[in-house]
Ligand binder design. Structure first.
Ligand code: SF4
Length: 323
């Protein structure tokens, strides 16, 4: 019996260790994304859009953690849009948000009925639904005086969008970690941009967030997105490191070695010019090495040098140089 207890104890310790490591990893990825894109600044009021899914719960949780220790002051307000889908458990989010003591607003707008009325049976409803949702969230951001609107899209969403645009839209385009709204009045940020979906999934399980199912509207899952997701997940299993490498590619764009004449002035190139960024590879066979598996984990072991970071701890009170 004591052997069994010892084994259970070991298992619990290992699980706690893994949980801490995961939380640290997510926190660092969020902190790095915030720093790299200057997502949150002193005095910002960040409106975190909460759907009740794993991604937005994780986003809120990590931001609240960072807020406590960050060397800058910013406030957080969580917002959920209750779209009146049948069976939406409207008590779940207010109960959770009250329990963690965060400022929040639940906005009730029956977009479900509008979408059902306007979209013919059998047609996909997501595009109208998200357009309506976006308009409402921008309005609420104004009402709340929010300076940033934080969404829970993660690294895998960004990669999936890249492939969807390539496969179906003929564009090299994804979902940026930071963007200005069409009317130029709102700043949207995606602090989970560097986080892996599988980490978020695991974190949401460990933290036991009260997840609300996302199929209440009865809409079919987007088949193209699902296929791309399966393709990327399959690569991730068969070729460790490939997903990390693909994401890094988004941060290492070489316009002179693509073919967009709007992005690079190929027409004015003359023979006196020096080769641009990627060098002259016209006659070379490029050689590639396999990306190191788990480069993400390796990066943790040797974190990159940062200047002032949202991950830095606050100075203790009274430790300023004016003393
Ligand atoms: S899945 Fe349903 S709630 Fe979500 S965007 Fe599509 S229609 Fe709207």
């Amino acid at each position: 019996m004591s052997e069994l207890n010892a084994a259970l104890d070991d298992k619990a310790k290992k699980a706690a260790f893994e949980g801490n490591k995961l939380a640290k990893r997510l926190r660092h990825h969020v902190g790095d994304a915030i720093n790299d894109f200057n997502m949150i600044e002193e005095g910002d009021r960040v409106m975190v859009c909460l759907s009740g899914g794993k991604d937005s719960y994780t986003l809120l949780d990590i931001l609240l953690g960072l807020q406590k220790s960050a060397p800058i002051d910013f406030s957080i307000v969580a917002v959920n849009l209750d779209q009146k889908q049948p069976g939406f458990p409207e008590h779940v989010l207010p109960e959770y948000l009250k329990s963690i003591g965060v400022e929040y607003r639940i906005v009730e707008e029956d977009t479900y009925s509008i979408v059902k009325r306007l979209v013919p049976e059998g047609k996909t409803t997501c595009s109208l639904c998200s357009r309506l949702r976006r308009g409402i969230l921008y309005r609420v951001a104004d009402e709340l005086g929010a300076t940033k609107i934080a969404l829970g899209h993660h690294r895998d969403d960004i990669l999936h969008t890249l492939f969807l645009n390539m496969f179906y839209g003929g564009k090299l385009k994804s979902m940026p970690p930071k963007l200005v709204s069409d009317d130029g009045r709102h700043m949207v940020i995606r602090p989970l941009a560097y986080c892996r979906e599988k980490d978020i999934e695991r974190y949401a399980q460990l933290r036991e967030f009260p997840i609300i199912p996302c199929n209440l509207c009865g809409s079919q899952p987007n088949l193209q997105r699902q296929v791309v997701k399966e393709m990327v997940n399959d690569w991730d299993k068969r070729f460790p490191g490939r997903v990390e490498s693909m994401f890094r590619a988004l941060q290492n764009v070489v316009p002179s070695h693509l073919a967009d004449t709007k992005l690079y002035d190929f027409a004015s190139l003359t023979t006196g010019d020096a080769p641009f960024a990627g060098g002259d590879t016209a006659f070379d066979k490029e050689e590639f090495r396999d990306p190191a598996p788990h480069e993400d984990d390796a990066a943790e072991a040797a974190p990159k040098k940062r200047t002032i970071s949202i991950l830095d701890s606050r100075k203790p009170e009274g430790s300023g140089c004016g003393a």
